[in-house]
Design a protein around this ligand. Structure first.
Ligand code: SF4
Ligand code: SF4
Length: 199
């Protein structure tokens, strides 16, 4: 539908004074910013010799959490893959082993395409049993696309690695703020079952 001529509002460009036409105020403002950063705190680091400390809510490489018996916590409910906007989680559910009496299903296959992922954290927010979390690992590299397809074993190994490193304690917890990206409130004890899952 064409726009009515009476709805069009014409705006005159602001007139520049002599100083502005010489760009002197803009140059002065730019120099002020440069000098401010010269004497301000440095935020760059000499990577990889220096490693930045990521904030607790940083969303890096995924991991699949283990329960207190060391089993994968996931119950193959597909909530994460349904919530994922990038459609990069592939799950194949299977009946849980007979001695896993606390659940009906488990993920026979669980693959995340780390190259397709946009690290939004929707999967960990959707998970009803805190089985998937994004960690502080950020230096994700690989020589092929296949290497960047993280399967269940790889995701469980990220759990073992990050919990052992101490950089990523299990952050998910029950309650209304059960979101892995949120740092736990000060003084809150680790979630139940964490100690048994630390290899
Ligand atoms: S972080 Fe976002 S894009 Fe990546 S797997 Fe989770 S939901 Fe999908
Ligand atoms: S939402 Fe959680 S329990 Fe459900 S399939 Fe994903 S990781 Fe597993």
């Amino acid at each position: 539908m064409p726009i009515n001529e009476s709805d069009v509002k014409w705006i005159e460009p602001p007139r520049m004074g002599l100083l502005e036409r010489l760009y002197l105020p803009a140059i002065w403002q730019g120099l002020q910013t440069t000098v401010k950063h010269m004497f301000g705190p440095k935020v760059t680091v000499q990577f990889p010799e220096q490693r930045p400390v990521m904030p607790p809510n940083y969303r890096g490489v995924h991991r699949l959490n283990r329960d207190e018996k060391g089993r994968v916590k996931c119950v193959a409910c597909y909530m994460c893959s349904t919530a994922c906007p990038a459609r990069c989680i592939d799950i194949v559910a299977a009946p849980a082993p007979a001695d896993w009496t606390d659940r009906e299903k488990y993920p026979a296959v669980f693959v995340i395409d780390e190259l397709r992922c946009i690290y939004c954290g929707m999967c960990e927010q959707a998970c009803p049993c805190d089985a998937i979390e994004l960690t502080s690992l950020y230096d994700l590299t690989g020589l092929s696309r296949e290497e960047m397809m993280f399967d269940k074993e790889k995701l469980l190994s990220v759990f073992d690695q990050t919990v052992k490193m101490g950089t990523d304690p299990v952050r998910t917890r029950s309650g209304p703020l059960s979101i892995a990206s949120d740092p736990p409130p000060p003084g809150q004890p680790p979630p139940e079952g964490l100690e048994g899952s630390r290899g």
